[in-house]
Design a protein around this ligand. Structure first.
Ligand SMILES: Cc1cc2nc3c(=O)[nH]c(=O)nc-3n(C[C@H](O)[C@H](O)[C@H](O)COP(=O)(O)OP(=O)(O)OC[C@H]3O[C@@H](n4cnc5c(N)ncnc54)[C@H](O)[C@@H]3O)c2cc1C
Length: 474
């Protein structure tokens, strides 16, 4: 949806199909307990609707026109800064209506073939021919590991209404975000909740990143550490079998403590989701990991199926530099909405010869511009060490603002002299600007200091950035 809007603005003729009957994608059904884990602050330090406000609004899609900006906060009832699922669905529907997006709903892509330099997409409504297909099919197909008895275990996707778990002993396989979302929602219903998987739980407030269970769902963890009705177990699941109305789950403790057997009323697998790749793997598309995330170039092109691109949550298949082990935010809206803009620009340039305007900068404006970007640019705050503001030194035009681009492109590829700035986070939780200077195709990295108020426009930042830019003659 975001990509369609951006392609339209880039002047690229395109068609969009969706198997769903209307906008909303996965948010038409989930999260199961009907409230998101990504926040929107209706009242924020930046003016609602401005670009810098996007840092505080993780859920709105991003448009150029005022009527398409910051839609989500206007649809929230004030009871939480995590929108309800219905509020998120309305947010996406409103964007689609206001942007007048031409989407053919209820149309399922069923097969793919290549004819010359074209792709032919077979659908339930006939065939579409195009030079450039973009697959934004999400990652919402249930995935379960191959464990004896697993066939009888419902996935997150098949949970019953919460009240039907009243007074039950529930065994949840998994200890990641969706496991904790369910455990949190079941707290007022279940008699006991066991969460089991081989590795210990990771909490985002401890990893100081988006890795691990988000603070929003951490209550079952507190219940566990205080000895309430939630039990976290580090154990591998060996076998699940039916016992009349319930289940027996055989496990082996990860600490070498031997077997543990659980007799429970319900078992739920929160073991992950996978993308509906159709025949793309048969055509050569490579994937990675057990959940088969498509392997992508930094500009979101399939590795193994050149010419086919991906958008949305599957753009996490372009991992970036992963500095300090920090992943991108591409699995969620606040990350992939920026990838979509970059992809639209790339497709317009590479396949349709449409070049976006790239404004020039006076050399004395560069330093304050870069410091303002690392202080306020939402792209850099949401996609840390992944997206960067890039400025190039063009011998004929002078300094050119090359826009927001993947940092990996600037660092790994050869090109004109220039500078890329981003926001970086490390495992200690420090947040600070990182500056990459390219001179004669050699890259130097400069880390600027952090600041308690996250103000990177201080005299010290000016001084250090000025030193970093010196090799460029600026
Ligand atoms: C349980 C869960 C909770 C989540 N919570 C959040 C959250 O709180 N905040 C957040 O930012 N992100 C969340 N995410 C991630 C979320 O899925 C994405 O941010 C967002 O929905 C991805 O958008 P998308 O367009 O890539 O995929 P989706 O929203 O999944 O949309 C994919 C679309 O592709 C269509 N499609 C699939 N196959 C075909 C086909 N063969 N033919 C035609 N159309 C097809 C589907 O019908 C659907 O409309 C969550 C994910 C899960 C699984």
């Amino acid at each position: 949806m975001q990509l369609s809007y951006s392609l339209g603005r880039a002047g690229v003729r395109h068609a969009v199909i969706s198997a769903d009957p209307g906008p909303g994608g996965m948010f038409r059904r989930w999260p199961f307990f009907q409230r998101l884990l990504s926040w929107t602050k209706p009242f924020a330090p930046e003016e609602r609707g401005s670009r810098s406000y996007e840092r505080y609004d993780w859920n709105s899609l991003i448009g150029e026109e005022d009527r398409l900006r910051a839609i989500q906060p206007g649809l929230m009832d004030g009871t939480s800064y995590f929108p309800a699922r219905t509020e998120m669905e309305r947010n996406l529907t409103t964007f689609a209506e206001r942007a007048d997006l031409p989407v053919r709903y209820g149309c399922r892509w069923t097969g793919t073939r290549r004819e010359g330099d074209q792709f032919v997409l077979e659908t339930t409504d006939g065939e579409y021919r195009c030079r450039v297909p973009v697959f934004a099919f999400g990652m919402a197909e249930p995935w379960k590991p191959d464990i004896p008895g697993m066939d009888a275990v419902p996935h997150y996707a098949d949970c019953r209404a919460a009240d039907t778990y009243a007074g039950k002993r529930i065994f949840i396989i998994g200890k990641e975000v969706s496991a904790f979302e369910l455990a949190n929602g079941f707290l007022p219903w279940a008699k006991q909740i066991v969460l089991a998987s081989p590795r210990p739980v990771a909490l985002s407030v401890v990893t100081r990143s988006l890795v691990g269970v988000r603070a929003r769902y951490v209550q079952p963890y507190e219940d566990h550490v205080l000895g309430g009705g939630v039990v976290l177990v580090n154990a591998s699941i060996d076998e699940i079998s039916r016992t009349g109305a319930g289940f027996r789950v055989r496990t082996t403790r990860s600490d070498g403590g031997g077997p543990l057997i659980f007799e429970v009323d319900d078992v739920i697998a929160t073991t992950g989701f996978t993308p509906p790749l159709g025949d793309l793997v048969k055509l050569g598309a490579q994937t990675s990991g057990r959940t088969k995330i498509p392997a992508l170039t930094p500009l979101f092109e399939s590795i193994g199926l050149p010419g086919a691109y991906m958008a949305g949550t599957v753009t996490q298949g372009a991992p970036g530099l992963k500095k300090h082990g920090m992943p991108s935010s591409s699995g969620a809206v606040h990350g992939h909405r920026y990838n979509a803009r970059i992809l639209a620009r790339h497709i317009a340039q590479k396949h349709f010869g449409i070049d976006p305007p790239r404004p020039t900068l006076q050399s004395d404006a560069l330093l304050p511009y870069l410091l303002a970007e690392v202080t306020r640019a939402p792209e850099l705050w949401h996609q840390k060490s992944y997206l960067a503001r890039t400025v190039l030194a063009d011998p004929s035009r002078g300094l050119i603002d090359d826009g927001i681009l993947p940092l990996q492109l600037f660092v790994d590829l050869q090109g004109p002299d220039g500078v890329a700035v981003t926001v970086e986070a490390n495992a200690a939780g420090d947040l600070y600007p990182a500056v990459y200077v390219r001179k004669d195709n050699a890259i130097t990295e400069h880390l600027l200091p952090s600041n308690p108020l996250l103000d990177f426009e201080t005299a010290e930042h000016r001084r250090q950035l000025s030193d970093a830019l010196r090799p460029l003659g600026l």
